[in-house]
Design a protein around this ligand. Structure first.
Ligand code: AP5
Ligand code: MG
Ligand code: ZN
Length: 213
């Protein structure tokens, strides 16, 4: 099963993608997590990506597409995957489509996690992220067992550089301009499913599993 998660920054794509990955035993592939791991390790890719991410802008398609296609070509993606944060532009979606077509494959579902802008800023300021394993917490909604420490791997939790209020506004603007058109793109392909992302995360997940079966 091949799934795409769509939704504004902070809508809960990552939260839901992790749950889907676990239930359906497919890898969770997040371009944001890949970039953040590269930044943490000080790679050339990471340094390049950081310039854009810290401003709330998209990393150029040329860089992003190659990384994603390399990742989904790996053996563990053979039975499918859940993509979180990719595609984010129409050109990215077209490249993905083309690559899959060549293999005689296609995306099965594009799941749009719908959350209005007003709710987003509040969520972001409370989020705490583990840069080592990609786990996410929220000071109110999903507090870690020990303050400031990742439940999964024991690393330190941080407020992401791009979760500052000014940057979040920029990310929302970029989302509406460049990513939201994908909703129409996948509606046209007949695979778009929208779920209400404002309810409790277990209820969001129940709505998603009702779709995926
Ligand atoms: P990325 O890492 O993808 O960030 P994003 O899209 O801005 O999304 P987030 O990770 O911030 O939010 P999310 O939807 O995953 O929400 P989460 O589950 O954490 O990308 C970062 C940057 O990398 C981009 O800005 C760009 O620069 C670059 N990039 C990445 N991919 C790219 C691409 N394809 N092309 C170009 N550039 C790219 O949830 C948010 C918070 O809310 C958490 O604290 C969570 O605990 C809480 N929460 C979740 N669900 C609920 C709920 N139902 N109720 C209450 N709280 C909830
Ligand atoms: Mg995420
Ligand atoms: Zn961790």
């Amino acid at each position: 099963m091949k799934i795409i998660m769509l939704g504004a920054p902070g809508a809960g794509k990552g939260t839901q993608a992790k749950m889907i990955a676990e239930k359906y035993q497919i890898p969770h592939v997040s371009t944001g997590d890949i970039f953040r791991a590269n930044i943490k390790n000080g790679t050339e890719l990471g340094m390049e990506a950081k310039k854009y991410m810290d401003q709330g802008l998209l990393v150029p398609d040329e860089l992003t597409v190659k990384i994603l296609l390399d990742r989904v070509a790996q053996a563990d993606c053979g039975q499918g995957y859940v993509l979180d944060g990719f595609p984010r532009t129409i050109p990215q979606a077209e490249v993905l489509d083309e690559a899959l077509n060549k293999l005689g494959e296609q995306i099965d579902y594009a799941i749009n996690v719908d959350v209005p802008d007003e709710n987003i800023v509040k969520r972001m300021s409370g989020r705490r992220a583990c840069l080592k394993c990609g786990a996410t917490f929220h000071l109110e909604h999903v507090p870690p067992k020990a303050e400031g420490i990742c439940d999964s791997c024991g690393s330190e939790l941080v407020l992401r550089d791009d979760d500052k209020a000014e940057t979040v506004q920029n990310r929302l603007r970029v989302y509406h301009e460049q990513t939201q058109p994908l909703i129409e793109f996948y509606t046209g392909k007949g695979i778009l499913k929208t779920v209400d992302g404002t309810v409790d995360m277990q209820d969001v997940f129940a709505a998603i599993t009702a779709i995926l079966g």
